[in-house]
Write a protein that binds this ligand. Sequence first.
Ligand SMILES: *Cc1c(COP(=O)(O)O)cnc(C)c1O
Length: 231
Amino acid sequence: MTDTPPIDGDAIAANLARIKARIAAACERAGRDPADVTLVAVSKTHPAEAVRAALAAGQAVFGENRVQEAAAKFPALRAAHPALRLHLIGGLQTNKARDAVRVADVIESLDRPRLAEAIADAIRREGRTPELLVQVNVGDEPQKSGVSRAEAPAFLRACGEQHGLTVSGLMCIPPESEDPTPHFRSLAALAADHGLKILSMGMSGDFEAAIAAGATQVRVGSAVFGTRSAR
Ligand SMILES: *Cc1c(COP(=O)(O)O)cnc(C)c1O
């Protein structure tokens, strides 16, 4: 066990203000309205107290990548802040689909038929319908979640026709070592082809490039909450 550093609420508020200013500037450069870009503050590995500091600074949209961590942290926060919205952004195991549907407002990692089936079943059982984004493995990296770019059109069709799911948009994490812009553009083109409005792309290191390519949601973790300690 390592000591967790104390939460600096002022630093989190200042970081949020800085990120929002950078989002606004990136929108200005791209001729876009900042109201069309949602900041998802990625709070994974950071304690509930850090999320509370962000909520106090006016941030209402959060991202977590593990269902168990989200389920441990968020129900109490949501009870105190009804406007809170939680996005699940990590690879999702089929056997966690029901917990995911229970805790999330948006699931960004729909990427295979068995998971689509499990989520559809969970929606029926829970009577709760999170917004769904399909994750696309734009760099075809074997270690990453996401449907391949080539299989995405057939998968999108199957989500609706076979599983009765409404997909609202696409999400991607480009390869770390490459220029992300071609990958962002490729995801934007795929979304446009399928009439999908939501594009979740861009993280702390590349959200401005993602906004230039059309991102409607950026997922920013370390630039808001600080570096994550290894777990
Ligand atoms: C952790 C994570 C982020 C945030 O990454 P930062 O580089 O800390 O901004 C964004 N998206 C996904 C899917 C993540 O797992």
